[in-house]
Design a protein around this ligand. Structure first.
Ligand SMILES: [Zn+2]
Length: 194
């Protein structure tokens, strides 16, 4: 069948989310057809992924330094935190340009496994709200059962802090994913939060 190193690369690609074996074959063949320089650049980026990038110490976004670009920027509203499940949600919301406050990445949602709560950055969020001059926390977890449960859990954790807690407006399709929401829907969900 395939030469050994070709097969090994196919296995790597097939282990990625949403990539099936057929797609993996096509990708590896595509890469094989590229010139060596381009492949070196690609492999270097891959090799340095964990060296150059880390989680922001404050909001857990993906960052090149201890603090991400958003936390470092002085031009943003420091009184509002928008809470999301994953760093990709930040990219989706930034694209819409309807929000200029801070973020907090939970790193997932509550699943039926009760231990999943412990992996979320909820206590870190509580700490930020307590220590900062935060006036509003917008819960922007996905409109799924798990996302709603997570928003409820976070809201309970913040209840005693006295901060205003809002949730993105409906209109985002239930069961949908913020990351894939279209820009107009996402923009109005941010503006019409309650
Ligand atoms: Zn940050």
């Amino acid at each position: 069948m395939y030469p050994k190193s070709f097969k090994k690369l196919i296995d790597h690609f097939s282990s990625l989310p949403s990539v099936g074996p057929k797609m993996a074959e096509r990708l590896v063949l595509y890469l094989f057809k590229q010139d060596k320089e381009k492949l070196m650049d690609f492999s270097e980026s891959l090799a340095n992924l964990k060296t150059n990038l880390r989680y922001c110490k404050k909001c857990f976004n993906i960052s090149e330094g201890d603090l991400c670009e958003i936390c470092r920027s002085g031009g943003r509203d420091q009184k509002t935190i928008l809470v999301v499940e994953e760093p990709l949600d930040i990219i989706a919301i930034e694209r819409v340009k309807k929000y200029d406050g801070l973020y907090h990445v939970l790193g997932g949602v509550i699943s039926p496994n009760p231990k999943s709560k412990n992996d979320l950055k909820i206590s870190e969020l509580e700490k930020r709200v307590k220590e900062g001059q935060i006036e509003e926390v917008i819960l922007a977890t996905d409109p799924t059962t798990e996302g709603d449960a997570t928003a409820l859990y976070a809201a309970r954790a913040l209840k005693d802090s006295g901060v205003k807690i809002t949730r993105l407006a409906r209109g985002l399709s239930t069961g949908g994913d913020i990351e894939y929401a279209d820009e107009i829907t996402l923009g109005s969900a941010i503006l019409n939060r309650k």
